[in-house]
Design a protein around this ligand. Structure first.
Ligand code: ZN
Length: 268
């Protein structure tokens, strides 16, 4: 039985490029760390205050379930940082890994290998929300598959029971701030992501209904966060802060593949 720190990170997707409204990018990363048990069958409830947002500070609550990912922990004492830096240098052409390292204080976070034990994803529905489209859960599942099909060592399986899931996707009418999606993930002390939750809005916070292509694009963006990507300035990519494209770019694909060829943690 191991104990590790769980550090939740909240990533917010601001206004989509599909709507005309422009807004400041909002992004919040929690700075709080608390010890939490990862013992099997345990359930930990923690509250963290988000800080470092440009527009507002939000309080988030995070609950994390145990999973079996710690079996893949890297022994941090034997991590060869110089070798990891060399591999980044060799592979960074055509990627935005440098921007991610800049945003994360030179640290990478990712899921451990989950091919034999796929990440369990529960996708909720929101028929009570105005503008709900019954095809949305399938669009979200497709967003997960788009990333997984890149050949990264993470597979997803979609479960009916939310209590059995590593990842939850839920829906709201709109956020109170100018964002359209939000991802909160938690990592352990070795930068392995262990759990994540995505919230998707059906409307921009100014009231416009997001169309189905926009919802899918937001889902692609948020699943990118869930897997460990951060923002890039290039608006040709799905991981730009204000999403303007609807599909993964070559740089999105290359960055994800490079991330999953590297161990997580600091490369300082
Ligand atoms: Zn984002």
């Amino acid at each position: 039985m191991k104990r590790s720190d769980l550090i939740p990170v909240m990533l917010l997707l601001p206004v989509l490029g599909f709507v005309a409204v422009q807004a400041m990018h909002t992004r919040a990363i929690t700075a709080t760390t608390q010890a939490a048990s990862l013992a099997p069958a345990s359930r930990v409830h923690k509250k963290h205050s988000a800080s470092h947002t440009m527009e507002s500070a939000a309080s988030i609550g995070e609950s994390s379930d145990d999973n079996s990912t710690l079996d893949y922990d890297v022994d941090m004492k034997t991590r060869d940082v110089i070798d990891i830096r060399r591999r980044i240098q060799l592979g960074e052409n055509g990627t935005y890994i440098g921007e991610i390292l800049g945003e994360r204080d030179s640290a990478l976070a990712r899921w451990p290998e989950r091919l034999t034990t796929p990440v369990r994803v529960w996708v909720g529905s929101g028929p009570e929300i105005a503008g709900w489209d019954p095809s949305y859960p399938e669009r979200v599942r497709d967003a997960f598959d788009q990333w997984a099909n890149l050949g990264i060592p993470v597979k997803f399986t979609f479960v009916r029971d939310s209590t059995d899931a590593d990842v939850h996707v839920s829906w709201i009418d709109h956020f109170d701030s100018p964002i359209s999606g939000k991802t909160i993930w938690a990592r352990d002390g070795k930068w392995w992501i262990v759990t994540a939750n995505i919230t998707l809005a059906l409307h921009h916070n100014a009231g416009e209904l997001l169309d189905s292509k926009a919802v899918r694009a937001i889902a692609l963006h948020e699943v990118g966060h869930l897997l460990g990507l951060d923002h890039t300035a290039d608006t040709a990519n799905i991981m730009t802060a204000r999403v303007r494209v609807r599909d993964l770019s070559e740089a999105d694909r290359a960055t994800m593949k490079l991330l999953y060829s590297l161990p997580p943690g600091s490369v300082k």
